[in-house]
Design a protein around this ligand. Structure first.
Ligand SMILES: [Zn+2]
Length: 356
């Protein structure tokens, strides 16, 4: 049977949890659930199977799937009534009602724990009317008014913030009302020479641009185009809100690509009093209204704006895998961490009042 199902049997030694870390981790979660039940209910042993049911039908942060899906290959059938506030029913003659109550209670506790532990914030987003799309473009200026768009990355709350790279033929974004257009091979080779000139001293960004241009010449991907981005933003029925970090250029690019009918929120980290005290701010890019701000304290830094890497470092202590500087996928991941922080402090209910 193991052969048929492609199962590898591995034997573990006692007192060495590292051997089967995945299982041990699930025990940790189960213990957390049980601790909540023990506090509330003294018949926790009866609730054990419902706690397990919750665990098995909850999206797992490391796999992005529920354990149920991974075993049965389809989504579990959970009655939608679980998402309503539980209405305790104490009629013990009626087993069905009691079962429903306990399942609702278990679901409520599991959900509260998840929110409390700030592990799966997208889990909450799923239940509201808006979706949040984090977006970042990589580009370089050709002259004072024209830009070359070379890559980007996009991710959204409906998709649990799985990052999609925007890659393909670079776009020439000319000044004024001239139409945007994909670049020809000749223009791309000329652009490479331009990059050496524009970023003569900025080694890091120069190498990132050159690397991306070389990839773009060879790639078969075609996600860096207005149609793909627009379809991505319009998918599903929820209101789309675009989240950018220091996103004035990204906003201009979206406008050039004729993608403009969306709420755009901009995150920045600004020394507003010019005394090296930095504030994390969220503003509506279109009407320039400040939505919220958080004091991040004194930081020794020249200049009044912190960049993405500096801001992320203040907020998140996770060691993310960084491929190379200015990789849009890394930038989207960092922006997500910062957006997470804002949502946790400001809360969704307040935020969506500014997203119409
Ligand atoms: Zn982070």
């Amino acid at each position: 049977m193991c052969k048929l199902l492609d199962i590898d049997k591995s034997k573990t030694t006692p007192w060495h949890p590292q051997t089967n870390g995945f299982l041990e981790r699930s025990h940790k979660t189960l213990k957390t659930y049980l601790r909540s039940f023990v506090d509330k209910d003294n018949n926790w042993d009866r609730l054990l199977c419902y706690a397990m049911f919750c665990y098995n039908t909850t999206v797992h942060s490391s796999t992005s799937y529920t354990p149920y899906e991974l075993v049965f290959g389809r989504k579990p059938n959970i009655p939608s009534t679980f998402f309503k506030e539980p209405e305790p029913q104490y009629n013990y003659d009626n087993y069905v009602i009691d079962l429903k109550r306990m399942m609702q209670e278990a679901h409520k506790i599991a959900r509260e724990n998840l929110i409390k532990k700030k592990v799966l914030f997208y889990f909450v987003i799923r239940e509201i009317s808006h979706k949040f799309v984090i977006l970042d473009f990589e580009f370089f200026p050709i002259d004072r008014y024209s830009k070359v768009l070379i890559s980007g990355a996009i991710s959204n709350s409906l998709d649990q913030f799985k990052i999609t790279k925007l890659e393909g033929r670079p776009w020439y974004l000319p000044k004024g009302h001239e139409e945007v257009r994909p670049m020809s091979d000749r223009e791309m080779h000329r652009a490479m020479m331009e990059i050496h000139r524009i970023f003569k001293k900025k080694t890091e960004i120069r190498e990132a641009c050159l690397k991306q241009l070389k990839i773009s010449i060879k790639t078969s991907l075609n996600t860096l185009n207005p149609k793909f981005i627009k379809n991505y933003l319009d998918k599903g029925s929820k209101v789309c809100v675009i989240i950018l970090f220091c996103g004035h250029s990204d906003k201009d690019i979206l406008k050039k690509l004729n993608i403009y009918d969306y709420t755009m929120l901009n995150i920045l980290c600004y020394d507003k009093n010019n005394n090296q005290s930095f504030y994390l701010q969220l503003e509506n890019l279109k009407n320039k209204k400040m939505i919220c701000e958080f004091d991040l304290g004194k930081i020794d830094k020249q200049g009044r704006l912190l960049n993405l890497v500096e801001t992320h470092k203040l907020i998140c202590n996770k060691k993310h895998k960084v491929t190379y500087a200015h990789d849009p996928c890394t930038d989207v991941r960092f922006t997500k961490c910062i957006f997470d922080y804002i949502i946790r402090r400001y809360r969704y209910e307040n935020l969506i009042k500014h997203c119409y």
